[in-house]
Design a protein around this ligand. Structure first.
Ligand SMILES: O=C1C[C@@](O)(C(=O)O)C[C@@H](O)[C@@H]1O
Length: 148
């Protein structure tokens, strides 16, 4: 088995597929996770997926990742992207390389979405590819991302 990858989705991403479909599309989070699990088998990596609407739960999950030997994290922090120093600190605290992911092109939206507390620390930032971004990020994390 290859790398151990953790996929984290933050607040309101449980509503994917029904939430503002003109922005986020019609694919549900369950569909995204199922497709990612199939892709993980093909890529010979182990994938664990976690979603929470709670900042503290996301921080706890990130801290747990260190004890599990997770090699890489893919995170869509949702609105916490633009607010959370605490999640940023958690990612830096565990020192696990991560990819920041957004379904929508945040730079083409409201100005408050242009700033990210993660972008300067992420190995890569994926945005505006719709849910295909999850496929791209997983392939990158499994095959090309440098891990320490
Ligand atoms: O909840 C989200 C989803 C998002 O991270 C995206 O996937 O495009 C973009 C964020 O600005 C927003 O708050």
């Amino acid at each position: 088995m290859g790398r151990k990858i953790l996929l984290i989705n933050g607040p309101n991403l449980n509503l994917l597929g029904t939430r503002e479909p003109h922005i986020y599309g019609n694919t549900t989070l369950q569909d995204v996770v199922d497709a990612a699990q199939k892709q993980a088998v093909d890529l010979d990596v182990s994938l664990d997926a976690f979603q929470s609407n709670w900042e503290g739960a996301i921080i706890d999950r990130i801290q747990q990742a260190r004890t599990e030997g997770v090699d890489a994290i893919i995170i869509n922090p949702g609105a916490f992207t633009h607010t959370s120093v605490a999640i940023r600190d958690a990612l830096l605290g565990v020192a696990i390389p991560f990819v920041e992911l957004h379904v929508s092109n945040v730079h083409a939206r409201e100005t408050f979405r242009h700033h990210s507390y993660f972008q300067d620390k992420a190995v890569a930032v994926v945005c505006g590819m719709g849910v295909y971004g999850y496929t791209a990020a997983l392939e990158f994390a499994a095959k090309y991302m440098k891990i320490s």
